[in-house]
Design a protein around this ligand. Structure first.
Ligand SMILES: [Ca+2]
Length: 459
């Protein structure tokens, strides 16, 4: 993993230089945050930060410049990383729906039942509460823009004040059947021939931010990019476009436009931006998403690093120090308690929240907020430490060669270190007890419920 830590970032002017520079005085801010003697949130007194959660689709670490991608260039995302903190051990579920359920509920799949794509579609607001509900209760205006799959109902049923959603995944133009229409706050609209969904989403997000800039707001910006089927972007050459590279570049450009907008609105100091991938690079793209000439082990949908390891960058100039790289393990259940802490929301006591808040790590008061991440898809799961991984079958892997190689360590070959790790991680799994929770009833692929295909659960 060291390779991800040392991957060269494109050096571009940090975001802290845009807008106010008064928040360069970190110690004072930290002290106030630490002592609680005054509520100061990144330069805006008496107000929690705005939260913008940008979720890219099927974008793995090998697709991002500052993670060392050989082939792809992402100068704006790199710039975001330079302004904040980049994680090299961020984990989530290796498929879209289960991954998004972790983010939104803060709870592991064996508790919510979201073990496969179809089952995510059966989540119920009466049983599970999304992050958006807690934030709205805390006074946030909440907006969801983009992909809503594989969640059921509409974003408005889950605590979002406003939304624009399309059907399925990877919608770009109306030439694709799934792109013929989209829904805005319950109203179906036609996507016209001259409209490009990524631009439409960007415009909608900017409009939402402009209208709610005086309040704390939460934007769940769920991109089309870069889920297939990929189409040429407005910037693609007419002849022989490189669809993956072009789509990554266009996504990157739009993120740059959003950062510029926030700078112009003087909102960078009062806004936490999270950029994350929802799972690893897809199978058809994984061979080209190399880092230092090497392909990751596995890809989207697998229980290897290429499935659940994702790019994660957080930026909040004035609070999170710029240019940092965290090798601390985290998983995507951590966002809910993190955002709740920032919003001043007490976590519910009637259910287990698996995530752990990242806020202390960001403030620099705690080096590492958790020692392990838990990853599940269908009936497979593992717990992952920095050096080791133990799965549901009791197989221990030495992850020293991750994300490119994972070495099975047979019990007969145990060293004192591996024996300790085996016991330590087994104790974590025993404590979680996934087998005692809601068991996956799907076909084992993580896509379908029932023993055979049930509807079109997307990909
Ligand atoms: Ca995905």
């Amino acid at each position: 993993m060291d390779v991800l830590s040392t991957a060269p970032c494109v050096q571009i002017r940090g975001l802290t230089e845009i807008g106010s520079t008064s928040m360069r005085s970190f110690p004072a801010v930290f002290w106030l945050l630490l002592t609680g003697s005054a509520v100061v949130w990144g330069g805006s007194p008496d107000r929690p930060p705005n939260l913008i959660f940008i979720l890219a689709d099927d974008l793995g670490v090998g697709n991002v410049g500052c993670y060392g991608s050989d082939r792809y260039r992402t100068p704006q995302i790199d710039r975001l990383a330079q302004s904040g903190l980049r994680y090299t051990r961020a984990y989530t579920a290796p498929l879209c729906g289960p991954s998004r359920a972790l983010i939104m509920t803060g709870r592991y799949a064996f508790r919510t039942g979201a073990t496969n794509q179809d089952r995510v579609g059966q989540l119920k607001p009466a049983a599970e509460t999304m992050l958006s509900v807690y934030l709205r209760q805390a006074g946030y205006r909440t907006g969801a823009f983009g992909k809503w799959s594989q969640f059921p109902l509409q974003p408005s049923d889950w605590g979002f004040d406003e939304y624009l959603r399309f059907s399925g995944s990877g919608v770009y133009r109306n030439t694709d059947a799934k792109g013929e229409s989209y829904v805005v706050n319950g109203e179906s609209r036609r996507l016209t021939a001259d409209q490009y969904m990524p631009d439409l989403l960007h415009e909608r997000v900017v409009d939402f931010i402009r209208r709610h800039r005086e309040q704390p707001f939460f934007v769940y910006y769920s991109l089309s990019s870069v889920h297939g089927e990929l189409l040429p972007t407005p910037d693609s050459p007419a002849v022989e476009p490189d669809l993956m590279a072009d789509n990554i570049s266009y996504m990157d450009k739009l993120i740059g436009k959003l950062l510029s907008e926030l700078g112009q609105q003087n909102l960078l100091q009062s806004t936490l931006i999270v950029f994350m991938g929802d799972n690893g690079t897809g199978k058809g793209q994984a061979d080209e998403a190399t880092i230092g000439g090497r392909r990751l082990a596995g890809q989207k949908g697998t229980m290897q690093e290429g499935g659940a390891l994702v790019p994660l960058i957080v930026s909040w100039p004035g609070v999170i120090a710029g240019g940092g790289v965290s090798d601390g393990v985290m998983d995507s259940t951590d966002f809910l308690p993190t955002f709740c802490e920032l919003a001043g929301v007490t976590l519910p006591s009637d259910r287990v929240i698996d995530g752990r808040s990242l806020v202390a790590e960001w403030r620099g008061t705690q080096a590492q907020h958790r020692k392990w991440a838990f990853v599940q898809l269908a009936r497979n799961w593992y717990v992952r430490e920095a050096q080791w991984k133990l799965n549901q079958a009791g197989e221990l892997f030495d992850m020293g060669g991750a994300p490119f190689a994972e070495s099975l360590v047979p019990q007969s070959a145990d060293t004192p270190d591996s024996r300790e790790a085996r016991q330590r991680l087994q104790a974590v799994l025993d404590g979680l007890n996934p087998a005692g929770g809601i068991l996956d009833d799907g076909d084992g692929s993580g896509r379908h419920a029932g023993r055979k295909k049930e509807g079109n659960s997307g990909d």
